[in-house]
Design a protein around this ligand. Structure first.
Ligand code: GLU
Length: 555
């Protein structure tokens, strides 16, 4: 340390009185077993949760949980131009909703901290960053730069002409060796400044560095040679210094983040080293992609509604279906585990960061729908009712009211063919429930004559429906009910048994199943529904008579 550097540091940060030692002592090492991972989710508050960020948060949560570690939230709001008010709250609510619990972070009302490593919102950590920046200047590892935007652009232009990498380094790093007098003059003149790292890398003679990434394995990079900005003119750091200081002081063991950060890893590692910190381990996650017109591309915030996690809520996918789907994208052995453990919570899955591959997983709606159907098929009727009600509360007020005042009826509807060894798997998301069961719920229910199969004569259809209106009795058990259908069919020359019909189809107009098919269309307007007996029981004789009457008038 030269006195000159110390004097410069005082000029730049006259109000900073603490030293790194203060924070080093203040933020104690965590008292955790050696194998415990401390991971974090560190979104910039841009107003919504992208599916890629959700993927990252799930992996952070699972990695911490599976090692009895800690998972915390840090809001990275040092780029205040991009900030959206209330965004921290939105992120917290979204993580809560999607079942990603947080151990620490700005979690209490008004974003009060839970945990002793805060503040967990970066804009509240200005003094900490400045303490480290000041210390780096004192140690001749950083310096103030007074260059204007125009000067920097001229430098970049020159570098482009000479086909050199652009950036502040080498002979163009004109502020690198300013003396105390120069700095004082500029500060006295009120010229704004940034603080830059004094990089040890030399572009003409670059060394290689080796990093072992938890997802990508061993990677070799050229070292950093850019004198990167580590503190902006507004006194807040960009990502690089904030990341190093925060992940060091918050005692993060494993930084899990998107692969877009790999390009700046060498710079980050040089900052850790300048600060005298041991760098954490890293896991750079792949970006989730989709296929469009046969080509792969990133899921984009601008083009794809499914980029925003609110989309899945509005569609009514069960939270656990989304979580399970994300786990299949993260660990390819998830599905096998699910097959072997159909009743366990997905939280019990032994997730491993080592099994995440570096190649981009492909988002596939068919797969998500399939998982969702299975998740719903494992739910109880009560759970389904609660989830549909919850969905309707924010998405369909009329349906919400109907479900509330007709709770028992709705439970009956959702219960149809559910308590079986192989329950029905036709509901994918809560947003489709109303349409799917519209014939049960809708007063404006309609059937057209054209809904009936054209192979039956209108007089047969009419005869069957008139007879059904009188023979239907709510008290009948399923066997009695079905025998009545067989009898009814046979009076119109429909075979009592399918087998019988198959032996000589030319002798019959159809079989008993076709008779119930005609009744089904008349009562529901659909060719396919859950069990007709259950439907009739739920609707009751009066409603059935009303519906049949309406259809009969048209035939
Ligand atoms: N704030 C960064 C982002 O939103 C987070 C990167 C990280 O996790 O370190 O991309």
């Amino acid at each position: 340390m030269t006195d000159q550097n110390k004097l410069i540091a005082e000029l730049l940060f006259p109000d900073i009185n603490k030293t790194p030692d203060y924070y080093e002592n203040f933020y104690k090492q965590r008292n955790l077993p050696e194998s415990a991972e401390v991971t974090r989710f560190a979104p910039s508050p841009t107003g919504y949760l992208h599916i890629g960020s959700f993927f990252t948060s799930m992996i952070g949560r699972r990695t911490a949980s599976n090692s009895n570690g800690v998972f915390f939230l840090r809001i990275e709001d040092t780029d205040q131009k991009r900030e959206i008010k209330g965004a921290a709250k939105i992120v917290i609510e979204m993580l809560n909703t999607f079942g990603v619990s947080l151990d620490e972070g700005p979690l209490n009302v008004n974003q009060q901290d839970v945990g002793v490593y805060g503040p967990y919102i970066q804009s509240k950590r200005k003094e900490i960053y400045q303490t480290y920046a000041k210390w780096l200047v004192t140690k001749d590892k950083a310096y103030p730069c007074f260059c204007t935007a125009e000067q920097l652009e001229q430098t970049r232009e020159k570098q482009r002409v000479y086909k050199k990498p652009t950036g502040y380094y080498g002979e163009n790093a004109v502020c690198r060796n300013l003396g105390y007098k120069d700095v004082k003059e500029k500060i006295d003149a009120g010229i704004p400044f940034v603080i830059r790292l004094k990089s040890n890398g030399c572009f003409e003679n670059l060394k290689k560095i080796t990093v072992v990434d938890e997802v990508r394995g061993e990677r070799i990079f050229p070292e950093n040679f850019i004198d990167a900005v580590i503190l902006k003119s507004n006194g807040l750091p960009p990502y690089n210094l904030a990341h190093a200081v925060d992940d060091h002081l918050m005692r993060t063991t494993l930084v899990i983040r998107g692969e877009e950060w790999i390009a700046s890893l060498a710079e980050h590692l040089e900052i850790f080293s300048a600060l005298g910190f041991t760098a954490p381990r890293y896991a750079h996650l792949p970006v989730i992609q989709k296929i469009e017109d046969g080509k792969k591309r990133k899921i984009s915030k601008r083009k794809d509604p499914e980029a925003d996690m609110r989309y899945y809520l509005a569609q009514g996918f069960p939270i656990s279906a989304i979580a399970e789907y994300i786990l299949t994208l993260a660990n390819s052995n998830y599905e096998l585990w699910r097959e072997k453990n159909p009743t366990l919570s997905y939280n019990k899955f032994p997730f491993s960061i080592k099994k995440v591959t570096s190649s981009s997983p492909l988002f596939d709606f068919a797969k998500l729908n399939d998982i969702s159907k299975n998740v719903i098929s494992r739910m109880t009727t009560e759970e389904i009712y609660t989830a549909v009600l919850e969905w309707a509360k924010t998405n369909d007020e009329t349906f919400y009211k109907l479900l509330t005042c007709k709770k028992q009826f709705a439970l009956g509807v959702f219960n149809m063919e559910r308590n079986l060894a192989n329950p029905r798997k036709d509901i994918i998301r809560w947003g489709m429930v109303k349409d799917f069961y519209s014939y049960m719920f809708s007063r404006a229910f309609k059937v057209k004559v054209s809904d009936f199969a054209t192979c039956y004569k209108p007089e047969d259809i009419k005869g069957i429906l008139v007879a059904y209106a009188t023979l239907y009795n709510e008290e009948d058990d399923k066997q009695v009910w079905f025998n009545k259908i067989r009898d009814l069919g046979s009076t119109f020359n429909f075979a009592r048994e399918v087998k019988e019909y198959k032996k000589a189809p030319e002798n019959f107009k159809g079989h008993c199943g076709d008779v119930s098919g005609i009744i089904r269309v008349a009562i529901t307007g659909r060719q396919n529904t859950p069990d007709l007996y259950e439907i009739c029981k739920l609707l009751g004789s009066k409603e059935i008579a009303k519906r049949l009457d309406k259809v009969l008038k048209q035939i």
